[in-house]
Design a binder for this molecule. Structure first.
Ligand SMILES: [Fe+2]
Length: 282
């Protein structure tokens, strides 16, 4: 249970990432969604219409916060003021947890809007363990760390991504957000074995799953979040759900935002897979 607020609501089932295009429709129709995830960085203003809307949304749906600004793996000093702003937002909307990506986005005073990958070795592991601990201390809560898509690898990586992320969770005592599409993008881009990745995950630390769509480019696959979830990603998702059917799942769609009904159809598909798996295991 989160210590961010005394009455946070438990998260279960399937939700969607809340995008501004859908807020009015969600507030007026209250669709059948188990929870919503906010892109925290879009909601850091502490007044105005968006704050009022969020307060209304949080009355109807349990919320979580998803961040892009911690620059978790960076060697720049941790932005404690940013962490405090995230913590205030989490308290205000009664967020059940906070997640961030295993990447860096700031170096030498330059801030990039990209989620930049890191080498997987003992040196970066020790650094990330210390950073996650520092972030958890600043937030006063456990952090969910998400695996990212990448378009390059490092010569000085000598650990697999799954070994790195498992060791990070264990040593920093944090939780994981597993993005199944990111696993599949890395499978296509780098030959990572997606099935083995799922099979070796420490599922007891996986508190959330992301599902999204990718886009084929000329020489690589882009984590574009502008498409329905692909069939191979649904298959990997089922493999993960077969290991632990109760992990909350989120549909992420960030570009070329479709009508809300398209996302609700994706939610239905995820629910059908969970139901099928539970029935098969009963
Ligand atoms: Fe994700």
């Amino acid at each position: 249970m989160s210590v961010l607020a005394s009455n946070v609501r438990p998260i279960s089932g399937v939700g969607i990432g809340l995008r501004s295009q859908h807020i009015h429709e969600i507030l007026t129709t209250l669709p059948d969604l188990d929870w919503l995830e906010l892109l925290a960085d879009n909601h850091l203003a502490e007044g105005g219409q968006s704050v009022d809307q969020l307060d209304s949304i949080s009355k109807h749906y349990p919320l979580t916060l998803h961040c892009v600004g911690m620059s978790l793996a960076s060697v720049e000093p941790l932005d404690l003021e940013y962490c405090q702003r995230i913590k205030r937002l989490a308290k205000r909307v009664n967020a059940s947890w906070i997640s961030e990506h295993l990447c860096f986005s700031a170096a030498l005073g330059v801030y990039s809007h990209d989620l930049l990958p890191i080498p997987y070795n003992k040196e970066t592991l020790a650094h990330c363990v210390q950073r996650v601990q520092q972030i958890q201390e600043a937030l006063g809560d456990r952090l969910l760390v998400e695996n990212v898509s990448s378009y390059m690898t490092f010569k000085n990586s000598d650990m697999s991504e799954i070994s790195f992320i498992s060791a990070l969770a264990e040593q920093a005592d944090c939780d994981l957000l597993i993005d199944v599409n990111n696993i599949y993008v890395n499978q296509l881009n780098h030959g990572l074995d997606g099935k083995a990745y799922i099979d070796h995950l420490p599922v007891e630390r996986v508190r959330e799953i992301h599902l999204a769509g990718y886009q084929q480019q000329e020489n690589f696959v882009l984590d574009a979040h502008n498409n329905p979830v692909s069939e191979p990603v649904w298959a990997l998702y089922q493999r993960l759900i077969e290991r632990q059917p109760n992990i909350p799942t989120l549909i992420e769609w960030d570009n070329d935002i479709p009508p809300l009904q398209v996302l609700l159809d994706e939610v239905k598909k995820a629910r059908q897979i969970i139901q099928r798996v539970k029935e098969a295991q009963a």
